[in-house]
Design a protein around this ligand. Structure first.
Ligand SMILES: [Cu+2]
Length: 294
C-alpha cells in the first residue's frame, strides 16, 4: 500500500523544518544583501556550534552509560593524557581561527554597499558639494552613486529626508514621516542622526541596528531587490512614546518612487505656500498685543 504522506516527511525535515528552526535562532533577513550575509554567517556558526554540542553531549552520555557503577567493577585511575589535551586545544583553536577568517572575509559585503542594479533608479552621482557632512565612516558603492536618505530620530517619530533640496542650505528637500519609500534595485545609503536623545534605527530584514546619536552621524545601507514592505521600530528606550516609534520601509519600482517623490514635493510646497499666506494674514491683523505695544 502506498502512503505518499510518509514519503514526504524526510524531505520536509531536510528542506523545511531545519532552516525554519535555524531561522528562529538567527537574525531576520531576505530584504537586503547585507542582512542575508549577516544571517548566513550566524547560521554557519550555529551549525558548527551544534555539531560540537552534540559531539560533547553524545560523548558524555556514552561514557555515563558505558562506565556506570557496577558491582565488582573498579574504575581505571587516569592522570592526564597529553596527546588528547593537545588535540582538543589545537582543534578548538583551528575552529576559532576558521570562523574568524570566514567572518572577516564576509565583513566587506556586509559593510560596503554594492552598485545599484541596472533596473534601479537612475541616480545623480554624489558630488563633493552635495555631501553636507564629510566622514570617513560613510561608505559609498564603487561607482560612488547611491540614493542618500537622512534618517532623523526624534521623540517620537522617524523622519526621512530625501535628496532634492531646493535651497543651497539643504532646505526644501522632500521628506516623509514613519514610512520611508525607496526604489527597488537601488543602493540606498542612510545617514542616521538624532535631534534629541539616542534612538536606534532597526529594520531587521534590511540589516543591522544603528544608533541615532545627537551630534553624531551613523551610516548604513540596504538594497532591496523586490517591492515590499519591511517594518521595524526604534530599538532603544527613548522616552514615554518609545513604543509608538515605528518605522517601515516600502520598496517600490523606480518609476513609482519618482512619482511618489514628486507628489511629496508638491504637497510640501503647497503646505508651505498656505502657511506663508496664513502668516502674512496674521501679521496684518491688529490684535490686542499690537494695540498695547505699538
Ligand atoms: Cu525609542
Amino acid at each position: 500500500m502506498s502512503r505518499p504522506g510518509l514519503n514526504r516527511i524526510p524531505r520536509a525535515l531536510g528542506h523545511h523544518v531545519l532552516p525554519t528552526t535555524l531561522a528562529f535562532f538567527t537574525p531576520e533577513s531576505g530584504g537586503s544583501p547585507n542582512a542575508d550575509n549577516i544571517d548566513s554567517l550566524y547560521k554557519i556558526i550555529l551549525v558548527v556550534a551544534l555539531v560540537i554540542f552534540f559531539a560533547v553531549i553524545g560523548g558524555l552520555v556514552y561514557a555515563l552509560i558505558k562506565f556506570r557503577a557496577r558491582k565488582g567493577a573498579t574504575a581505571a585511575q587516569i592522570h592526564g593524557n597529553t596527546r588528547l589535551e593537545v588535540g582538543w586545544t589545537v582543534a578548538a583553536a583551528v575552529i576559532l581561527i576558521g570562523l574568524a577568517i570566514l567572518t572577516f572575509a564576509r565583513l566587506g559585503a556586509i559593510q560596503d554597499p554594492p552598485n545599484s542594479s541596472a533596473a534601479g533608479a537612475s541616480l545623480i552621482g554624489e558630488s563633493e558639494g552635495e555631501v553636507l557632512y564629510a566622514s570617513a565612516d560613510r561608505r559609498l558603492p564603487p561607482n560612488g552613486k547611491s540614493l542618500n536618505i537622512k534618517v532623523i530620530g526624534r521623540q517620537y517619530i522617524w523622519q526621512f529626508v530625501y535628496p532634492g533640496a531646493s535651497e543651497p542650505d539643504g532646505l526644501g528637500a522632500p521628506y516623509s514621516y514613519e514610512e520611508m519609500v525607496v526604489p527597488t534595485n537601488t543602493t540606498v545609503t542612510l545617514d542616521i542622526v538624532s535631534s534629541d536623545v539616542v534612538h536606534s534605527w532597526w529594520i531587521p530584514q534590511l540589516g543591522g541596528k544603528f544608533q541615532a546619536v545627537p551630534g553624531y552621524h551613523n551610516y548604513t545601507w540596504f538594497k532591496i531587490p523586490h517591492p515590499g514592505v519591511y517594518s521595524g521600530q526604534c530599538a532603544l528606550l527613548c522616552g514615554r512614546g518609545h513604543a509608538r516609534m515605528i518605522a517601515t520601509v516600502k520598496a517600490v519600482p523606480p518609476a513609482q518612487f519618482e512619482a511618489w517623490l514628486a507628489y511629496q514635493k508638491k504637497q510640501i510646497a503647497q503646505a508651505n505656500a498656505a502657511a506663508k499666506v496664513a502668516r502674512a494674514k496674521l501679521g496684518a491683523q491688529v490684535g490686542a498685543g499690537q494695540v498695547e505695544n505699538p
